[in-house]
Design a binder for this molecule. Sequence first.
Ligand SMILES: *Cc1c(COP(=O)(O)O)cnc(C)c1O
Length: 426
Amino acid sequence: MEKKPFITLEKAKEIIKDIPTPFHIYDEKGIRENARALYKAFSWNKGFKEYFAVKATPNPYIMKLLAEEGCGMDCSSYTELQLCKACGITGSEIMFSSNVTPVEDMKLARELGANINLDDYTFVDFIKKVCGVPKTICCRYNPGGVFQLSDSEDGVQVMDTPGDSKYGMTEEQMEKAFIELKEAGAEDFGIHAFLASNTVSNGYYPALAAILFKLAVRLHEKTGVHIKFINLSGGVGVDYKPTDSKNDIAVIGEGVRREFEKILVPAGMGDVEIYTELGRYMLAPFGALVATAIHEKHIYKDYIGLDACAANLMRPAMYGSYHHITVLGKENAPCDHKYDVTGGLCENNDKFAIDRMLPEIDKGDIIYIHDTGAHGFSMGYNYNGKLRSAEVLLCEDGSYKLIRRAETPRDYFSTFDFSEFKELTE
Ligand SMILES: *Cc1c(COP(=O)(O)O)cnc(C)c1O
């Protein structure tokens, strides 16, 4: 499918006058409509709730907007929990799905009344010691082996290797954990698993749901605990490439419903609430990195250098991920030039695109890098002394709002004690 920017060159220029590039921009309208479609797809389940994976886009303005659409938040660290607290999001509006959890993090999650998801069997003793077992508790499952979609209706291959992943517990451990947690006072139980990332198949959630629903029935029969919710976690992906298939959330919701009615309802477990912890699906397509072409270079290949770099968007350098690029104002120009589009890090993997066919790019052109709304800004770093960019919200009424200013050198140096050195002036 053709990938279209959610801003025009004209709009970009208006914003750039006020907020210089590079910046990440988010589309409020798209975010809200997408969240509503998710809730509609799962409206058959009375307790359905999406817990937005905060790590994807940890910005309180974005979190508030999703909270207004009925979403809770999924956290995995102390500071993510603090962000929720600052947004007034507490109690069962928080899912705390962490691993290798420090004592302080667990204590804060408990203090805020979050739904706590235990990553390991040893965490049963850990939570008893650290803060006591809450009334509601969740355990993370890892089935091991290879996860493969064999009967996906859309024919899209999904494969991942839970057996190699550090997360979750075995079924035997889940059973022991449930029994011990019940003895320690827990009354309502949850089951969580994350088996494959960025899936572009309507079959992933239903397949995962079938595994977890069957597990829930077995655990309920063996331990007698009340299973309150099943958390399908993240992993529903987006179409980064124009040739990728696109997930249809309505079809996914129906697929999960079928498994629910086939497995849970006959077992007398029709009251189980379905939760999701989507990050990418909620935000990726509704964010973009806007940058300016500041240099061009022609040696053995043709290069376009941007004022943004991998410190602003790490996915291409880290995973070789594809991010579609549009040259604003040249949407309809022929893509007859082959470029590497790069940042200025002293690392040759600092390339947003390699051998990409694009329209001829001139210095000063505004480059729109698609689908950076999740795991974009948030994976940023400060290598080479590069600073984190601003974040901008394109509001539903077409206006824009700075929701995070760009870092300054002073921010970068703020953890040094300069008393033995020269004062910084900037
Ligand atoms: C990262 C993560 C998510 C979100 O994953 P997406 O692929 O962005 O949907 C959800 N739950 C947990 C525990 C995670 O670590």
